[in-house]
Design a protein. Structure first.
Length: 76
């Protein structure tokens, strides 16, 4: 289980998948037939920075051996 606090600190979301879309990270929350329900988790100055954040999330998951993980999106 992965809980992420959004960059604006307005939401705490249980996400199933995190994806990078340009400068943004999106969290897939649920799936309906042919549609994913997603929410923006954060927006950064570059695609490279967004990919760095994705790697930080990955490392946090690995550190916790698949247990419940919480992650706060960095402001920058």
């Amino acid at each position: 289980m992965l809980w992420i606090a959004t960059q604006d600190k307005q939401s705490l979301i249980n996400v199933k998948e995190v994806t990078v879309n340009g400068k943004k990270l999106k969290g897939v929350i649920g799936t309906k037939v042919r549609h994913d329900w997603s929410k923006d988790l954060g927006k950064y100055e570059s695609n490279a920075r967004a990919l760095d954040i994705l790697n930080e999330i990955f490392m946090k998951i690995e550190e916790n051996n698949g247990a419940s993980v919480t992650f706060a999106m960095p402001e920058k």
